[in-house]
Design a protein. Structure first.
Length: 137
């Protein structure tokens, strides 16, 4: 199993909207950055992803699970980009703010800090555990 972080603006797609999709999940589509698309292609069924509210909030608010691996993104008319389907797993009891993530030296290597514009990024297992502890799951 691998771990990831998915960013979404909450006024476009929020953790609550994701939750409302139930067990069928929703397509994680609209990604047009080649590095982020490569990350989508690397995801496997059962991988877990932090759900991050970007721009408004700037915090990890929940966890979703990949239930369908990469397929052609129906919103991309060029046929070059992919989507995955994710389903809601849980909302964090305590969201993890970007400010608090930046304060933790053990997380300074994360793409969330180094490549802040990247919308789909890997999270190593050690960092996954640290972030989960920060959220008091």
């Amino acid at each position: 199993m691998k771990y990831w972080l998915l960013k979404s603006e909450p006024n476009v797609w929020s953790i609550d909207q994701q939750k409302n999709m139930g067990s069928k999940g929703a397509a994680w589509d609209g990604v047009r950055n080649f590095q982020a698309a490569k990350n989508l292609k690397s995801m496997g069924k059962g991988d877990l992803c932090f759900f991050y509210h970007s721009n408004i909030g700037k915090e990890i608010v929940g966890i979703v699970e990949v239930i369908k691996e990469a397929y052609l993104d129906k919103t991309d008319h060029s046929g070059r980009f992919v989507a995955v389907t994710v389903k809601f797993k849980k909302k964090l009891k305590k969201p993890i703010t970007l400010e608090n993530i930046k304060k933790n030296r053990k997380l300074s290597h994360l793409s969330l800090i180094k490549q802040s514009r990247l919308s789909v990024m890997p999270i190593d297992s050690k960092s996954w555990k640290i972030l989960n502890n920060m959220s008091k799951i």
